[in-house]
Design a protein around this ligand. Structure first.
Ligand code: SF4
Length: 395
């Protein structure tokens, strides 16, 4: 087996495309695939297209030709994450407890916190990542709609990320003992499958995602770039608290590649301080400042990879900033082009609540969409292999 290689050379990740082919060729399985936001602005690079070009429709067409039964968009689960996480945040603001709230959709950051930030674990949002929310809904609810058992549906994720492989294998992300996400392939692994199948990617006619997990908003797509989760939450928070539509939905202050970005926004008379960091070195610095009482925020977004998921270790190899800038531009262009740009306006997500989850933060929502964390401590002398190749020294 060949390996998908981390751009820094720190990690070699096993190639699992053979498992995808086996599932596709297994007549007992319905094979569904979800595509993460950051993949759509980077996969084209593997086929000679410029970084940042939005190739969503071609990806869908390619996946259908590879034999996947249904092609879905992880961004719809990101919309769900925004709704759950914003409601959780508003509750915490009300009680003043467990602040700052940290985002929890990046498994690289969550694992880092479990090893090095036991004192902050209670502050992490309890929301699962969009990948895991998607898998859980498919296995717990959608399978039933199809009259199938969880083991009869095989869920594949196309992710920019190698840490998502680890996340999908965690024992608590299961339904009736079956993994919610059966297989995670990186952007690079998908490119390999497309080549193996002999598809001429850049000449494919575009196709659209399937229902019910195919309708997305700009908010769900910007999860792919650093600052996107915080921005999507801010787009929702104002409306949830005041009941009034938000006028300015672009939060430029949290975009871009500065090591730490900050914004102060007013929420129904209260000043809310937001910070966004990307790269675990920057996260570590921020945790240290909070511990020393030198930093004070209400909401903090952390992404382990520099640039966020667009710079994930499973993406086409590119360590230069310009490529990442172009990918981020593609993400924000996709947001601009979206008819709906706020997660709370996603009509399909509203249907999920109506049919399956009742209301945000309900017990059904908690069971399907939330999680808990483990203090994994740090064993003395142990080297923690971080997903983006950084290895900050941790005392
Ligand atoms: Fe994965 Fe990196 Fe995105 Fe975190 S920031 S979810 S580690 S690609």
């Amino acid at each position: 087996q060949c390996g998908a290689v981390c751009p820094t050379g720190a990690i070699v990740v096993k190639d699992e495309t053979d498992r995808a082919w086996a599932a596709i060729n297994d007549p007992t399985k319905t094979v569904v695939v979800q595509v993460a936001p950051a993949v759509r602005v980077a996969l084209g690079e593997e086929f000679g297209l410029p970084p940042g070009e939005i190739v969503t429709g071609k990806i869908v067409a390619a996946l259908k030709r590879l034999g996947f039964d249904k092609v879905f968009d992880t961004s719809i689960a990101a919309d769900l994450t925004v709704i759950e996480e914003t409601n959780e945040f508003i509750k915490r603001l009300g009680s003043g407890e467990r602040l700052p709230q940290f985002t929890s959709c990046c498994p690289g950051w969550v694992k880092f916190a479990e090893h090095n930030g036991a004192d902050f674990l209670k502050n992490l949002s309890s929301c699962r990542s969009p990948q895991q929310m998607f898998g859980s809904l498919v296995k717990k609810y959608w399978a039933k709609d199809l009259g199938k058992k969880p083991e009869e549906i095989f869920v594949v994720s196309i992710m920019p990320c190698t840490a998502k492989k680890y996340e999908a294998a965690l024992p608590h992300f299961t339904t009736e003992g079956v993994a919610d996400v059966d297989l995670v392939l990186t952007t690079q692994e998908l490119a390999r499958m497309i080549r193996e199948a002999g598809l001429v990617f850049d000449r494919l006619d575009v196709e659209s995602f399937d229902t019910p997990f195919g309708f997305t908003t700009g908010a769900g797509v910007i999860f792919g770039a650093t600052g996107g989760v915080a921005e999507a939450v801010l787009r929702a928070a104002h409306e949830f608290v005041t009941g009034q539509p938000i006028e300015q939905i672009n939060f430029e202050a949290v975009r871009g590649f500065a090591d730490r970005k900050e914004a102060t926004v007013e929420l129904d008379g209260q000043e809310i301080k937001v910070a966004v960091v990307h790269g675990l070195g920057n996260a570590k610095k921020l945790l240290a400042e909070i511990r020393e009482g030198k930093a004070d925020y209400h909401l903090i977004e952390v992404m382990a990879c520099p640039g966020g998921c667009i710079g994930g270790a499973g993406q086409p190899i590119a360590s230069d900033r310009e490529t990442k800038r172009q990918r981020a531009k593609g993400i924000y262009n996709a947001d601009k082009l979206s008819q709906i740009r706020k997660a709370q306006d996603n009509p399909m997500v509203a249907k999920f609540y109506e049919r399956w989850l009742k209301e945000p933060n309900s017990s059904a929502a908690h069971e399907a969409l939330h999680t808990t964390y483990t203090n994994r401590g740090r064993i003395a002398g142990e080297e923690i292999q971080l997903i983006n190749g950084e290895q900050p020294k941790v005392e």
